[in-house]
Design a protein around this ligand. Structure first.
Ligand code: NDP
Length: 252
């Protein structure tokens, strides 16, 4: 039996943990060959081993997406070892909320560098592959991880939310521009998902706020998001989920 994503070549960034890790394994289970990208090579190797043990095909590429030259080298490796990518899950990101008056300018810059510049570096080098693959195989997918923070207001999330509003708005524009070439573009906007994301937060108030939400709701799991990514990519070529907001049921 052919699997829904058989013959597809997927690239997942931020694949060493959380949403990216789950999604890479899920896409491989659906039949795609998957290149996993992030900085922690040891974690990537473990994920590749697991995928291979389950009968899938995967390639680990250790890369810092904020380094444009390294991202280009990673894209070249994908072409030579797997062929042109037709599914890009552009997912690496970091969330460091804090009151703006703390002037945590290093954290502002880190979020902008990764969530915006890193995301653009990846789009820049993989778009030619997505377009070429769509021409040859019928359809490609560019799925950008945004956040519900692009839509809703959360206290002390201004800079992070700004980066994610950028991702959602960029995705809407690219959907029109690249849709004409059969590249579907989607913005994926999760509510709270339990991952390593929360562990990087340094602001005490925000940490407490995040912990407190666990008393009123069950957070989403990375697997919930992985299944959504698989659903988006397996739609018939005529159908493009432009924007998907997936929330914990009890998150306001
Ligand atoms: P994790 O912290 O578990 O995953 C982040 C991933 O990004 C890791 O694989 C990390 O790997 C990678 N990464 C970080 N910096 C770089 C870099 N410079 N170059 C390459 N890869 C990098 O968090 P999530 O899985 O939750 O986050 C994934 C995405 O989901 C992010 O864009 C986040 O903003 C978004 N999101 C998350 C939500 C949540 O509640 N968890 C809600 C809404 C959106 P490594 O350190 O090995 O490089």
């Amino acid at each position: 039996l052919t699997k829904p994503l058989s013959g597809r070549v997927a690239v997942v960034t931020g694949a060493s943990s959380g949403i990216g890790e789950s999604s890479a394994e899920h896409l491989a289970g659906l039949g795609a060959r998957v290149a996993v990208l992030a900085r922690r090579a040891d974690r990537l190797d473990e994920i590749v081993s697991r995928i291979q043990k389950n009968g899938g095909t995967a390639l680990a590429i250790a890369v810092d997406v904020t380094d444009a030259a390294s991202v280009q080298a990673a894209a070249d490796r994908v072409v030579s070892e797997m062929g042109d990518a037709d599914l890009l899950f552009n997912n690496a990101g970091v969330m460091l909320p804090a009151p703006i008056e703390e002037l945590a300018v290093d954290q502002w810059q880190h979020q902008i560098d990764l969530n915006i510049t890193g995301l653009m570096n990846v789009i820049g080098v993989f778009t030619p592959q997505l377009v070429k693959a769509a021409g040859e195989r019928g359809v490609s997918d560019l799925i950008n991880t945004s956040s519900v923070a692009a839509q809703n207001i959360f206290p002390n999330f201004a800079v992070y939310s700004g980066t994610k509003a950028y991702v959602t708005h960029l995705s809407r524009h690219l959907r029109v521009e690249l849709g004409a070439k059969n590249v579907r573009v989607s913005a994926l906007e999760p509510g709270i998902v339990g991952t390593e994301l929360q562990s990087h937060v340094t602001d005490d108030g925000v940490r407490q706020w995040l912990e407190g939400t666990k008393e009123t709701m069950q957070w989403l799991t990375p697997q919930d998001i992985a299944e959504t990514v698989g659903f988006i990519a397996a739609l018939p070529p005529r159908a493009n989920l432009q924007q998907v907001t997936i929330m914990p049921t009890r998150q306001p």
